[in-house]
Structure formats: structure tokens, C-alpha cells
Design a protein around this ligand. Structure first.
Ligand code: H2U
Ligand code: ZN
Length: 347
């Protein structure tokens, strides 16, 4: 089998599931849209934005005149701490369990028109520091056993506002995907006496074909089992179970990696590249979890242009995930892109 040519399955050891890769289909003629218009940023302050400093939010609260990052409790939280404790079970078929939690919104910058790739490494470092503070603060609560930090960017991902922001949902129970990743890492750790992602990263760093870039502490790569066309994972080279183990220097290096990957993303289609990104790390349930290796996932939907995206429908919904362009080709494309944002080159 030649994995650059023949249809094959790839195994995702982090989730213990398979994906289908059909490299030969990239030769398929494309007659759809491929517009390459250059997208311009919006205004620095939008009086109608609910996240800009000094503006009123949907429920009437006024934002402070913040100058850096700003965190607040989501006005429409999906979870709250006062949810009553209870569970329900009818013959193990109709099963429910109460869930407590806290949801926060985090503004990255007072500037409405900036996105992560257009922020300075110093400003992104402040975002990472805020994630660490929140992980610690929320994770220390008795009711909270998992802290999910994430960002939805772009209208294609259902993001409601271009103002640079992310979210945190802190839960009583470890959610489904982090729990599966935890189980897989635990299983590997038990059987091989080593960390799954330390071993995987070592392999990738010798092979190089899926590495996009590295700095002293982090590597950005397209995983062998990536599902989304330009899916990327950022991994610390050191075995760190969670972001609060980052030193002052490695916080800066994570900010550096975030700026570099998001800049390359924007440069693919000369557009503000949409994605969902988030951090997976050890649960805050009081256990050590030596099996956990923290990492950042980027799941971007775009496929061929600023408007042509991959949809997880049909076979993907009913059978298994599938991709055409190989992770190796996606990594090669990302490696070839500039780390200078396109908006800085056309001024
Ligand atoms: P997105 O990142 O997916 O756009 O979500 C923004 C969040 O901001 C969303 O969860 C919250 C919404 O509930 N929000 C507020 O908390 N206050 C507001 O005034 C509007 C939106
Ligand atoms: Zn704004």
C-alpha cells in the first residue's frame, strides 16, 4: 500500500477510532467555487459589539474599559453551579444525570478587529496566562472536575461575533471526548509504561513529514490521523500534564506557536481562517493523571478556498470520518506558507 495514493484507514490512538483516507480523489476535477478575494479586517471599535470595552452586553451588564484581556461569566451559561443533584435510570435505557458547571467568556484584546495571528506574542502570552489562571481557579472548585478552554472562530463555526474571544466551560464530569482521550492515554501508559503523546511526538520529530514547525518547547504538526483538511495539533516537547506546569518562558513559546500557526492559516486562503480550537489537558479531579500530555487541537473546516469547506455529512455521519488530501500534503502546504500575515504584506 502506498499511503500517498491508495485508499486506506488510519488509526487515531488518542480516540481509539479509525478514519478513511482517499488520496486518489484529490485528482478529481473541481468545478466549484475557488474565489481568492483578499479579506480586510473590520473596525477597531464597534459600538454594537457586546464584547468591546465600555459596551453594554445583551443582559444589560456594561463591560469595563479593559486594556488587555477580560473574563466574565457567560450571560447565557449552558451550565450553572446551583443545578440540583439527581440521576434517573429506567432499565439502563433511559438514563440521565444532573450536571453542574460554570461558563465563561474570555476577550483576548480590547481591539475588535484583531485576531490571534494579528496580536503580538506578548498579547497572546497574556491570553495564555489568563487560561492558566482560569484553569487553576475553576479547577480548584470542589464541583469542577474538568476545565475545557476553547475558541470558535468565524461564522462558518457558528461564532456569533468577530471580536477576538474564546470560552471556558468548566464541568462536574469529564466530557465525552477528553474522557476518551484520557482513557486511551491511560491504556497506553499502563501497557507501555510511557506517555502516548511523548512517544508519538518523538516519532514525528524523526520523520518530519507531518511537522509544520517547531520552537524550543513546542511542535505543531498535522496528526497522522487528522480528520479536518488542515487539522493541527500543538504539543509540548516536555511531558506536561496541564498548562499550569508551563514556566514563564514556555508560556511565551506557546504564544509564539499559536501566533505562527494562526498566521499560516490566514495565509492559506488570504482570509481570516475559521476554526474551533481548544486545549485538552488533565482533569481537575484531584488525581495525578501522569498519562495526560496536554495539547492544543485546531479543527478548521476550510478545504479549497475561503468559502469552500469540508462538511462532515453523509458517510462521515453514518459510517466514519473520511478525507481526501493526505495529512502529509496538508503539512507540506502549511510548511510552505509565510509566517508574515498577508495583511502586513499588502499595506
Ligand atoms: P461564540 O464564541 O460561539 O460566538 O459565543 C459567544 C458567547 O458569548 C456565547 O456563549 C455569550 C454567548 O452566550 N454572550 C454573553 O455572555 N453575553 C452577551 O451579551 C452576548 C453573548
Ligand atoms: Zn468588539
Amino acid at each position: 500500500m502506498n499511503i500517498a495514493e491508495h485508499p486506506h484507514r488510519r488509526f487515531n490512538p488518542l480516540l481509539s477510532e479509525w478514519i478513511l483516507v482517499s488520496p486518489h480523489r484529490t485528482r478529481r476535477p473541481w468545478q466549484g467555487k475557488t474565489d481568492e478575494r483578499i479579506e480586510q479586517p473590520g473596525v477597531a471599535y464597534d459600538p454594537n459589539c457586546y464584547l468591546c470595552p465600555g459596551n453594554k452586553r445583551a443582559e444589560g451588564v456594561v463591560n469595563p474599559q479593559y486594556a488587555g484581556t477580560f473574563v466574565f461569566n457567560n450571560d447565557f451559561s449552558a451550565l450553572y453551579l446551583q443545578a440540583p443533584d439527581s440521576s434517573h435510570n429506567e432499565r439502563d435505557l433511559i438514563v440521565a444525570k444532573s450536571e453542574k458547571g460554570i461558563c465563561k467568556v474570555i476577550c483576548y484584546s480590547p481591539r475588535h478587529d484583531l485576531t490571534m495571528p494579528r496580536m503580538s506574542v506578548e498579547a497572546i502570552k497574556n491570553v495564555v496566562s489568563m487560561w492558566i489562571e482560569q484553569y487553576h481557579e475553576l479547577g480548584s472548585l470542589n464541583e469542577i472536575n474538568h476545565v475545557q478552554i476553547f475558541e470558535n472562530k468565524g461564522a462558518q463555526m457558528g461564532c456569533s461575533n468577530p471580536h477576538p474571544h474564546g470560552q471556558i466551560w468548566a464541568d462536574e464530569q469529564v466530557p465525552v471526548i477528553p474522557s476518551r482521550e484520557g482513557n486511551c492515554q491511560h491504556g497506553y501508559y499502563e501497557s507501555k509504561k510511557n506517555c502516548l503523546l511523548c512517544d508519538y511526538l518523538k516519532l514525528e520529530l524523526t520523520k518530519k513529514e507531518r511537522i509544520v514547525f517547531e520552537n524550543d518547547s513546542f511542535a505543531a504538526l498535522v496528526p497522522f490521523w487528522a480528520v479536518w483538511p488542515y487539522e493541527v495539533m500543538i504539543l509540548p516537547k516536555e511531558h506536561l500534564t496541564n498548562i499550569s506546569e508551563l514556566s514563564e518562558r514556555t508560556v511565551i513559546l506557546l504564544a509564539n506557536a499559536l501566533k505562527r500557526i494562526t498566521t499560516r492559516y490566514d495565509n492559506i486562503f488570504l482570509t481570516s481562517f475559521p476554526y474551533s480550537m481548544g486545549i485538552h489537558q488533565k482533569p481537575t479531579d484531584g488525581h495525578d493523571h501522569p498519562e495526560w500530555h496536554f495539547h492544543v487541537h485546531f479543527f478548521p473546516p476550510l478545504l479549497r478556498s475561503a468559502t469552500v469547506q469540508k462538511f462532515m455529512v453523509g458517510y462521515e455521519m453514518l459510517a466514519m470520518p473520511q478525507r481526501d488530501i493526505t495529512p502529509e500534503l496538508a503539512a507540506q502546504k502549511l510548511r510552505g506558507l509565510s509566517e508574515v500575515h498577508y495583511l502586513e504584506t499588502i499595506k
